[in-house]
Write a protein that binds this ligand. Structure first.
Ligand code: ZN
Length: 145
């Protein structure tokens, strides 16, 4: 089967075999949106349609990480309160904890009084914000946006 494709000036170029279309796409001469027509037919369609599922699934794979977010779901065993936290909160909490550690290491006689260094209280992400119980159950959840 031979094809024509539209060049930058929308002039049909060809005929070329399907394998040539694939080669032209791989070198960047034509792309997914390039109009192609099968020899002997009257219908122009985007190259993407011709190449079938591969192009579409590529787009899907690229779109997936942006439309899904992973979080941790915490359920309080004491009062049943449910809350969520994401990776950002975990990182922030860890950074705060690290700050406190380095502050403790600096604290000796003759150094800057520890009081001048603001204390950051790391948030205990697994502690129930409602009743304060630490008995909570964690599970990983993924949300589709
Ligand atoms: Zn609770």
């Amino acid at each position: 089967m031979n094809y024509y494709y539209a060049d930058a000036a929308n002039r049909p170029v060809g005929p070329v075999p399907f394998t040539e279309l694939q080669r032209l796409k791989s070198v960047g001469t034509i792309h997914d949106q390039t109009w192609v027509i099968e020899e002997g037919t009257a219908e122009w369609k985007p190259l993407r349609n011709l190449l079938g599922g591969s192009g579409a699934s590529d787009e899907l794979a690229q779109a997936t990480p942006a439309t899904r977010i992973q979080e941790t779901k915490s359920t309080c065993q004491a009062c049943g309160h449910v809350w969520f936290y994401g990776k950002q909160e975990v990182l922030t909490s860890r950074n705060d904890a690290l700050l406190n550690v380095s502050k403790a290491l600096m604290c000796c006689s003759g150094c800057i009084p520890a009081l001048l260094i603001p204390t950051k209280t790391p948030i205990d992400l697994n502690k129930c914000p409602k009743c304060g119980s630490k008995a909570s159950r964690q599970e990983q959840v993924v949300h589709d946006l």
